[in-house]
Design a binder for this molecule. Structure first.
Ligand SMILES: [Zn+2]
Length: 54
């Protein structure tokens, strides 16, 4: 049966949302929908903050 066949449903392409990073103000894309009431960070700033915030 269809095992090993990827129908693209489970690991389908994520919808990316263009946002402006709240830290460096750079335009970036995030794989989740920004809620609007929370700051959104690019990958760089996100990992930077994660490191600072341990
Ligand atoms: Zn940033």
């Amino acid at each position: 049966m269809g095992f090993g066949q990827s129908d693209g449903y489970d690991r389908g392409p994520r919808e990316m949302h263009k946002v402006i990073c709240s830290d460096c103000k750079k335009e970036c894309e995030v794989p989740f929908k920004p809620s609007g009431d929370r700051p959104v960070y690019c990958k760089d700033c996100f990992s930077k903050r994660k490191n600072e915030n341990r």
